[in-house]
Design a binder for this molecule. Sequence first.
Ligand SMILES: N[C@@H](CCC(=O)N[C@@H](CS)C(=O)NCC(=O)O)C(=O)O
Length: 200
Amino acid sequence: MADQLVFYHNPTSRGRIVHWMLEEVGASYETKIVDLAKREQKSPAYLAVNPMGKIPAIVHGDVVVTEAAAICAYLADAFPRAGLSPPVGDRARGTYYRWLFFAAGSLEPALVDRMVERPPVEREGVLGYGNYENALGALERALAPGPWILGERFSAADVYVGAQVGWGLRTKSLEPRPTFQQYIERCAQRPAHKRANPPA
Ligand SMILES: N[C@@H](CCC(=O)N[C@@H](CS)C(=O)NCC(=O)O)C(=O)O
């Protein structure tokens, strides 16, 4: 019997990234909604799952995975039939990791800092993303050849990067450059994206 997969989610959160990924891999899963307004994310029961008290998280059999990007990478490997990660030994795995980690470690902080209007720092060299322009330029170069980050091959990196691009465009923390808009339009055509993002 397959291991049970539990998804701790709130539809207003980064859980949306994982929802899309779960639909891409075709996993069966049970969703447990964590009510952020009631601060259920800080309850002892949930802190036992994620001591950060943050959504999303998954429990798959006896393993807990937190951090949306890590969950995407984990699910791609755990459900190889979906073909969403280049196998170990394939050089494309380098490019895949590169943009997945870039999106989590550099792009996301750049977008969040822009959204909350965090004042610029003098020593931008200590910021992982350098500056906003820098991060957007790198993203644009990665996405411009298309259609996906690995060229013709859609991967979990596109789920994570696509979710960041979609969120950035919605919140206006990402400039609406044509490359970003065309990329998110391609993402939105995917049946799994549609299942995870039904029309309001
Ligand atoms: N680095 C984490 C961030 C998770 C995160 O910040 N989640 C927010 C919702 S989008 C949250 O749970 N906020 C509630 C809180 O911090 O109390 C990830 O990528 O999963």
